[in-house]
Design a binder for this molecule. Structure first.
Ligand SMILES: [Zn+2]
Length: 152
């Protein structure tokens, strides 16, 4: 169920979604942004990135699309994850702060695929949240490439 180079569709969704709709309908819950962000981030970092791993026996289930009724501990009720707009990623090779720095260094490429918003990694010590919610100019700081969310 490969949907992009080296990415499996199941990495992008909660298992309940896949179990309910199966292949190929699962692709309805995976946005272009989610795929393009994962592919670009892996290219920029030149390292494997971890999204969900439940389909390989792992415990990560909420890092991509989340179905109504699923809410991880500390997760926002109206999270962008419910809209297929967000991904949480980590990698064994870089900290979430280092991933954010790599994104900032390549901001134009990430803006081009629709990235608008990143959670401050001070609040997400083991992953980095990024999404493509609409930009609200009144919330942006001058000169900032992305809207940085300081708390949930
Ligand atoms: Zn997230």
């Amino acid at each position: 169920m490969v949907i992009a180079d080296n990415f499996d569709a199941r990495e992008f969704v909660h298992p309940a979604v896949f179990q309910s709709v199966g292949w190929p309908r699962v692709r309805w819950y995976i946005s272009d942004f989610m795929i393009n962000y994962a592919v670009l981030l892996r290219k920029i970092l030149n390292a494997p990135i971890q999204i969900n791993n439940w389909h390989r026996g792992g415990r990560l289930i909420g890092r991509g699309y989340r179905p109504p009724g699923y809410r991880p501990p500390g997760g926002a009720l109206f999270s962008q994850h419910y809209l297929s707009r967000a991904l949480d990623v980590s990698t064994a090779y870089y900290s979430p702060r280092e991933i954010l720095e790599a994104i900032q260094k390549n901001a134009d490429e990430f803006k081009a695929i629709g990235l608008t918003t990143i959670e401050n990694p001070d609040f997400t010590p083991t992953w980095l949240h990024a999404d493509c919610r609409p930009i609200l100019q009144e919330l942006m700081k001058t000169g900032e490439n992305f809207y940085i969310v300081d708390a949930k």
